[in-house]
Design a protein around this ligand. Structure first.
Ligand code: PGA
Length: 251
């Protein structure tokens, strides 16, 4: 049986004072949630703060992006080894905002995935279709291409040490959540595609849902057989919302 995982994606939000209050509230509000893992992916400058507040707690932390390169003349970039230096467990790769706004293609995402794993970080790989793609009925094709680029570079077995997140682009930050059935359909497709290569990896893989997940819809999403938790944007910035989502993942 796969355990549940809830990951907060703060995006470009935060400040030292509000972070401290939010993290302390999340720690207190999620204590004793046995069986469910929690993490927050914070902006780079706050990794040190996250580490010092979270290190002795049950809440893990990570980053939202990583360089595909190890080190060198890459002004403004942050390497996977640097994230490890701050105790990160996770790093999001291939978020649709990075794909759309920063031109990251699936091959670059695959290089980032590999860079993360090379130092022991767990990549949280995001895949998902736009509204146009859904309406053109090519969701499965889009998701398959995003996934295959990773498998081609690192091999199917490497997925065992990763987390996937299905995030329909039309649902991100829009308040339009995929229905549990819509999400389940794509999650099952992803798991099935992986199972065709390696059923053991497919069975063990945590596949999160992301896209306007909230306290009032999390339980029904997490009840679906192939949804193993959530990648939570906006709602991860509000302590009570995030705690309620974590609580929904508990059962
Ligand atoms: P949202 O974002 O929960 O605000 O829709 C999710 C994400 O982008 O990871």
């Amino acid at each position: 049986m796969r355990s549940k995982l809830v990951v907060g994606n703060w995006k470009m939000h935060g400040g030292t004072v509000q972070n401290r209050d939010l993290l302390n509230a999340v720690i207190a509000g999620t204590e004793g949630m046995n069986g469910t893992s929690l993490a927050v992916c914070v902006p780079y400058p706050y990794l040190s703060q996250a580490q010092s507040i979270l290190q002795a707690t049950h809440v893990r932390w990570g980053a939202q992006n990583v360089s595909q390169y190890d080190k060198g003349a890459y002004t403004g970039e942050v390497s996977a080894a640097m994230l490890m230096d701050f105790g990160c467990r996770y790093v999001i790769v291939g978020h649709s905002e990075r794909r759309a706004l920063y031109g990251e293609d699936s091959h670059t995402v695959a290089l980032k995935f590999r860079a993360a794993q090379s130092v022991g970080l767990t990549p949280v790989l995001c895949v998902g279709e736009t509204l146009d793609q859904r309406e053109a009925a090519i969701t499965e094709q889009v998701v398959a291409e995003q996934l295959d680029a990773i498998i081609e570079l690192v091999g199917i077995d490497a997925l065992a040490k990763s987390v996937l997140a299905y995030e329909p682009v039309w649902a991100i930050g829009t308040g339009k959540t995929a229905t549990p059935e819509q999400a389940q359909e794509v999650h099952a497709f992803i798991r099935g595609r992986i199972a065709a290569n390696n059923s053991e990896v497919a069975t063990g893989l945590q596949i999160l849902y992301g896209g306007s997940a909230k306290a009032n819809n999390a339980a029904e999403l997490f009840a679906m057989p192939d949804i193993d938790g959530g990648l939570i944007g906006g709602a991860s910035l509000v302590a009570d919302e995030f705690i309620a989502i974590c609580d929904a993942a508990k059962n």
